[in-house]
Design a protein around this ligand. Structure first.
Ligand code: ZN
Length: 309
């Protein structure tokens, strides 16, 4: 969580904005989170399809996980923060493989059925209206599309113990999300499962992560050993989920046929996030919606759909 976050008043529900945050450096590179990062890499390897055409990475930030998706022909990095995407460009470069999009996860600017896979890692955590964000993901995935979702688990051992000894007011056992810090939410695994099922996802696998996220252990046990042990415990996610982080792999099981081919031209991926019209007209410095006349900025290799210009 960056110190500099603020609630953006332009959007409803509120968006947690990492603009100008040094999240990548302070939280990941220097924040003692090598253990979390490495166990996530293993989970992604276990869940991701080996290859694919087009993947949507929701809440891509500075592109920490993006190199783990290289089996896909093209990857769209989506984040609400433009500066995070600029950091990602610096790490990954401006090749045709990566497409950078600044947008609100509640108003995705993509045509229906476009993607064959989507990931949302450490992002639902900031969603005040998780169901709305998940339904947007469902719309842009094609039939048979794979969705890998990570969420922070309110039903974790530490929260259970704290609740039982009276050191925590909220119950980890109830289904509603808990907002423990402004715009930071933990979810009950059963609630997330229910939402995904309602949207038409079949949950193929559940992994639990970061069982050993305890400061003392992380200091005295070599990281490689903790990562190895945690990777063995991943599989217990099929039986119970009591760890702070949970990964679910959902497959979209819907009858209707979606997009058969992914368009060659990137511009035809997009729709107007305000009125839903597509295709948008390419005016080089912006994309124009011929229906509601809104203009969406294209600058420095980033398509910006947050606010019309
Ligand atoms: Zn429009």
């Amino acid at each position: 969580m960056p110190d500099s976050f603020f609630m953006d008043k332009q959007t409803t529900p509120p968006v947690c904005n990492y603009e100008d945050s040094d999240y990548q450096t302070s939280f990941w590179d220097e924040g003692g989170r090598e253990y979390e990062d490495r166990t996530e890499a293993i989970a992604l390897k276990r869940l991701l399809p080996k290859s694919g055409r087009l993947l949507l990475e929701l809440g891509a930030g500075a592109g920490r996980n993006t190199p783990r998706y290289l089996g896909f022909d093209r990857i769209i990095l989506l984040d609400y923060s433009r500066t995070q995407l600029e950091q990602a460009q610096g790490r990954l470069g401006k090749s045709d493989k990566y497409i950078y999009v600044a947008a609100d996860a509640y108003r995705l600017p993509f045509v229906d059925g476009l993607f064959d896979a989507a990931t949302m890692i450490r992002t639902l955590h900031h969603m005040a209206d998780a169901q709305k964000a998940l339904s947007q993901v469902r719309n842009v995935l094609g039939s048979g599309g794979v969705f890998i979702l990570e969420f922070a688990n309110k039903l974790n051992l530490k929260a259970i113990l704290r609740y039982l000894v009276g050191r925590q007011k909220w119950s980890p056992f109830t289904l509603e999300p808990v907002e423990f810090v402004k715009l930071n939410f933990d979810f009950h695994p059963k609630a997330v499962r229910n939402w995904l099922k309602q949207l038409g996802f079949e949950i193929e696998r559940t992994l639990t992560l970061s069982h050993f996220r305890v400061g003392l252990l992380k200091r005295i046990v070599p990281t490689g050993i903790l990562v190895f042990l945690d990777s063995l415990f991943h599989w217990t996610g099929a039986l119970w989920q009591l760890s702070p982080s949970v990964f679910m792999k959902g497959k979209l099981e819907i009858g209707e046929q979606r997009l058969v081919e992914i368009p060659a031209n990137v511009i035809s991926f997009f729709k107007c996030p305000d009125c839903g019209h597509s295709p948008l007209v390419d005016k080089k410095e912006y994309l124009e919606c011929s229906s509601c006349k809104k203009k969406w900025e294209v600058r420095g290799g980033i398509y910006d759909f947050r606010e019309a210009i």
